[in-house]
Design a protein around this ligand. Sequence first.
Ligand SMILES: [Zn+2]
Length: 424
Amino acid sequence: MVRTAAGRLNRAVPTHQIVVADATLRARPGRWNIGVDGPVITAVSQDRLSGDTEIDAAGGLVTESFVNGHMHLDKVHTLDRIGDAALTAYTAGDMGSALHSIELASAVKADYDRAWIEPNARRAVLQAVRHGVRHVLAFADVDTKARLEGVIPLLSLREEFRGVVDLQVVAFPQDGLLCDPGAEDLVREAVELGADVVGGIPWIEHTDAEAREHVDRMCAIAAAHGRRVAMLVDDAGDASLRTTQMLATAMIEHGLEGRGVANHARAVGLYARPSLERLAGLARRAGLGFVSDPHTGPLHLPVRELTAMGLPVALGQDDIEDAYYPFGRHNMTEIAFLAAHALEAVDTAGIDLVYDAVTTTAARVLGVTGHVLEEGGRADLVVHRHPTLREVLAHHEAPAYVVASGRLVATSIQSTTFHLEGPA
Ligand SMILES: [Zn+2]
């Protein structure tokens, strides 16, 4: 329930703009009240607090809002345009046909047009508001087929939703760089239009030398324009792929330490232990973060092992109803729920790991600071209906309340009326 000061009998001067009352918090016993002023959390207390607006958490779990580490936002809701041949190729067997699936999926770009891309992406951003997703690493294909048709609507949605859902727009050469002449100039143009992050997909180039060249050129653009990098690396069933290592190396060479993200990196799951440890050491030096999406392919990054080696690993929605994945609601508790199964992370430590991977760890991976539920942290909060993380994942419902930048931006109601005969 939400109350405003005008509706209360005792109109004592409120001490906070918003109070989230009677909250359960992670790793802190008892019930808590959270005071919010402007975009900042100004109190976390077991004493009663009063506010202009009071949100009754009714004992539900309150946490930092969600962060989606990877999303192809220009391609959402395109599955019906293109059919599922690419989906079959991408998810079959050992992902040996992943390259072929990218060729099939690129057919959607034959009539790529911002006029239909914008409403699709808007639907997905509104779903993010509903589900309390505060930050999204949002990829837009930028290549000779897509041109700038995908990136332009994402840049305008970024401005419209700033402070509610912050989009980090990635200029992403989905069809390669050396194997798609002209893509590099388009990526540069997208960055000059304001794209936040320079993308890449080095593993689809034809030789290791060309893959290295791909990574190097994209890192050079990022360094020259003060941008971050985020690349799809080693995304096929081939243990010999080493483009994650190339990305980490190039980040160090271009002075991009702590400013890069490795997405997918599924082949890393096939590495022998010594290769995994070498990569982990290099990634720590580069400050490279990882994003995994184990629900969208049969192979995945070894999330628990890399986390144990001290690397930040986030989870991403990746796709919503496109050529690679037929489902998706932009609901990060659903993603954490699916990951808990794929990663065999269903004990308490595992549930904590996957929830961090869609909240605080994901914020670290994306370079978002202050995303922590404590005094001085950003007032980006979700109020769940259930008191424990286990129940939150079990139900993976939309949060009851979503607070973004200190404003209540979404309320959701779950309700069932039973119509049963006889004894209940
Ligand atoms: Zn992806």
